[in-house]
Write a new protein. Structure first.
Length: 73
């Protein structure tokens, strides 16, 4: 059975952002599907050490989505 194509252009901005959020979340469900190179692992460890030392900076995902939605209106 063939899947029906999704016409993204027909979705509202909020629906597009919800779809993007759902797709992004689905990619992270199985980290084993995205193995890291040695260089990537070293960089990730460095960033995690920096985060532990300095604490979080920037925006939460919810804040980013809220700002994106506010701009699209």
């Amino acid at each position: 059975m063939a899947k029906a194509a999704l016409d993204i252009a027909r979705l509202s901005r909020d629906e597009q952002l919800d779809l993007l959020d759902e797709l992004w979340s689905s990619l992270g469900r199985d980290p084993g599907e995205f193995p890291l190179s040695d260089a990537q692992r070293v960089e990730l460890d460095r960033r995690l050490d920096e985060l532990e030392a300095e604490g979080p900076i920037g925006l939460t995902w919810d804040e980013v989505v809220a700002q994106a939605r506010a701009r699209s209106r």
